[in-house]
Design a protein around this ligand. Structure first.
Ligand SMILES: *[C@@H]1O[C@H](CO)[C@@H](O)[C@H](O)[C@H]1NC(C)=O
Ligand SMILES: *[C@@H]1O[C@H](CO)[C@@H](O)[C@H](O)[C@H]1NC(C)=O
Ligand SMILES: *[C@@H]1O[C@H](CO)[C@@H](O)[C@H](O)[C@H]1NC(C)=O
Ligand SMILES: *[C@@H]1O[C@H](CO)[C@@H](O)[C@H](O)[C@H]1NC(C)=O
Ligand SMILES: *[C@@H]1O[C@H](CO)[C@@H](O)[C@H](O)[C@H]1NC(C)=O
Length: 492
């Protein structure tokens, strides 16, 4: 604690000294330029002038004000520039392939599912799933982790094996995922568009579990959440990976083997918070209703957590997200917070997924924290277990939110407005002795929003929500969109 209090002070001191030095340098350079002008005017000696300039290239840069190098220009990255490598196992294939069907677009996407051995295929699946391949034999590699499984070696080699298959013309990015990872492909593209694919990039995210990150690394991209490796980096990895793998027989998984090789290549993890490993148990409700202000890229461990909508199986529940995903993928799961001041309610919208109404006024800084509807990876409800702040899912009946889940999505092309409808999830006892308006009288929430495909080309900012007058009793109508000038979410 003490050293962290001292550090800023020394930082300021250094900064002040740096400023002084920069200032002195500027005075010096001004003096030089003045002298040069003086020399060139007075002596008219070209040779001397050239000599001075060649010895002070910096001064040329300052005084001739060359234009800065052109910004990175190349056609924008789109889905055709990505090749997927999906890690799968024959044992779970029949069940897991349904997650892939949710997001795979065979006419637009390239990629391969890598299996440990052949599976029985169905002819109706073939046109709607990626091609299947069997990974090559890895018995020659050492594996010495007592808890893990040696399939980790096979899976860590997926990028290299995909590259060796050929047919990678125009590929800019290799994206890895598991058979139980669901990608929001448009948002994956939005994230990769920000980076120069001709450079070395390793992009993904860490685990929700603080302990997992301590055991593995905070600098590792977790494989199930998915990660992206730029083409030139994949080529470099392919050249050295088989030797690299032999140096780490004791590691547990495939993603820590990739991380070890990235460390040897000197390439750090670029963190994008929209990749979700979801190392949690229970309900994702708290996490999905307080998503970071970043595009939602992936969901993982969908067999471990509860279905994301009540009274639906896992795959059917995820299918329900397709409506909002197709109409406005950029806005999917984005949170906005507003107040019904007349009734003293706090409203939180997680666009395309759920709305919550709370009795009372909660600050935005509380509402943007995920509520602990989940247990950590060690199956404990311990708040110190996470790599981010959380808040309790209130035990007090009066402070429990009224959750409304997405039930219908429609788009009106004339007004270019999307209407998402959310219906109250009634739980057994919602009565509360507080003498204030009771949200249970609201059974439906309608949210209007215009599609905003360029949401993420601007600096990240939360959308605003506004409660509109409603003539239908029991229905609340909300508008969500870019905040207006001076529109701040204020308590009162
Ligand atoms: C993707 O970008 C390439 C240019 O690199 C372009 O030729 C192609 O039409 C684009 N594809 C889509 C689906 O936008
Ligand atoms: C893999 O190779 C080893 C020898 O290197 C061999 O014994 C084994 O049968 C092979 N496995 C498969 C599945 O082909
Ligand atoms: C969704 O809303 C539209 C328009 O109100 C309606 O026609 C349609 O039947 C609704 N679908 C469901 C599943 O409720
Ligand atoms: C919605 O209701 C189901 C039971 O019908 C319950 O298990 C679930 O926790 C509820 N969701 C929330 C966010 O309270
Ligand atoms: C519901 O909760 C309220 C407040 O906690 C309590 O007074 C009431 O007895 C409960 N009703 C039932 C049916 O459990």
């Amino acid at each position: 604690m003490k050293s962290s209090q001292n550090n800023p002070e020394s930082f300021h001191t250094t900064w002040a000294m740096t400023k002084l030095m920069v200032f002195s340098l500027l005075i010096f350079l001004t003096y030089i330029s003045y002298s040069i002008k003086f020399v060139s005017h007075s002596s008219n000696c070209k040779e001397k002038q050239t000599l001075i300039f060649t010895h002070h290239p910096q001064s040329i840069a300052i005084f001739n004000s060359d234009p800065p190098p052109p910004p990175f220009e190349s056609p924008k990255t789109n889905i055709s520039h990505i090749i997927f490598g999906i890690a799968a196992s024959a044992k779970l294939w029949n069940q897991r392939k349904n997650y892939i069907k949710l997001w795979w677009k065979p006419d637009r996407m390239r990629g391969v599912v890598w299996l440990d051995k052949a599976v029985k295929t169905r002819s109706e699946d073939e046109p709607i799933l990626p091609p299947l391949k069997i990974s090559s034999n890895t018995t020659k590699f050492k594996y010495k982790n007592p808890k893990g499984h040696r399939s980790a070696i096979r899976i860590s080699r997926i990028i290299s094996e995909t590259l060796r298959l050929g047919g990678t013309e125009g590929v800019r990015w290799f994206v890895m995922g598991d058979d139980d990872t669901v990608f929001v492909a448009d948002n994956l593209v939005r994230v990769l568009q920000k980076y120069d694919h001709e450079q070395f990039y390793y992009i993904g995210s860490s685990s929700e579990s603080h302990l997992q990150n301590i055991h593995f690394s905070y600098n590792m991209a977790y494989g199930g959440g998915g990660f992206a490796i730029s083409y030139p980096l994949a080529k470099e990895l392919e050249k050295m990976q088989d030797r690299c793998i032999q140096r780490y027989p004791g590691l547990y998984g495939s993603d820590d083997r990739i991380h070890a090789c990235m460390a040897e290549l000197g390439v750090p993890l670029t963190k994008e918070p929209g990749f979700h490993q979801f190392d949690v148990y229970g309900s994702l409700f708290g996490l999905l209703t307080a998503h970071p202000i970043a595009p939602l890229v992936s969901l993982h461990h969908l067999d471990v957590v509860q279905p994301i909508f009540p009274n639906a199986n896992r795959v059917k529940a995820l299918e329900r997200l397709k409506g909002p995903m197709e109409l406005d993928s950029a806005g999917l799961m984005q949170q906005s917070i507003c107040y019904d001041k007349r009734r003293s309610w706090t409203i939180s919208v997680s666009w395309g997924y759920a709305v919550q109404i709370f009795r009372g006024i909660f600050s935005v800084r509380d509402m943007e924290m995920p509520a602990r509807t989940f247990l950590n990876w060690y199956q404990r409800a311990d708040y110190t277990g996470y790599a981010f702040n959380t808040r309790p899912f209130s035990r007090n009946t009066c402070q429990k939110p009224f959750p409304y889940y997405l039930s219908n999505t429609t788009h009106d092309p004339e007004s270019n407005r999307i209407t998402t409808v959310y219906v109250l999830n009634r739980t057994s006892n919602m009565t509360c002795p507080w003498k204030m308006a009771d949200p249970s009288r609201i059974h439906t929430v309608q949210v209007h929003k215009r599609p905003d495909p360029n949401l993420w080309t601007k600096a990240p900012r939360r959308n605003c929500c506004r409660i509109l007058p409603s003539k239908k009793t029991g229905t609340m109508i909300i508008d969500v969109g870019v905040c207006n000038e001076d529109e701040v979410v204020e308590l009162r």
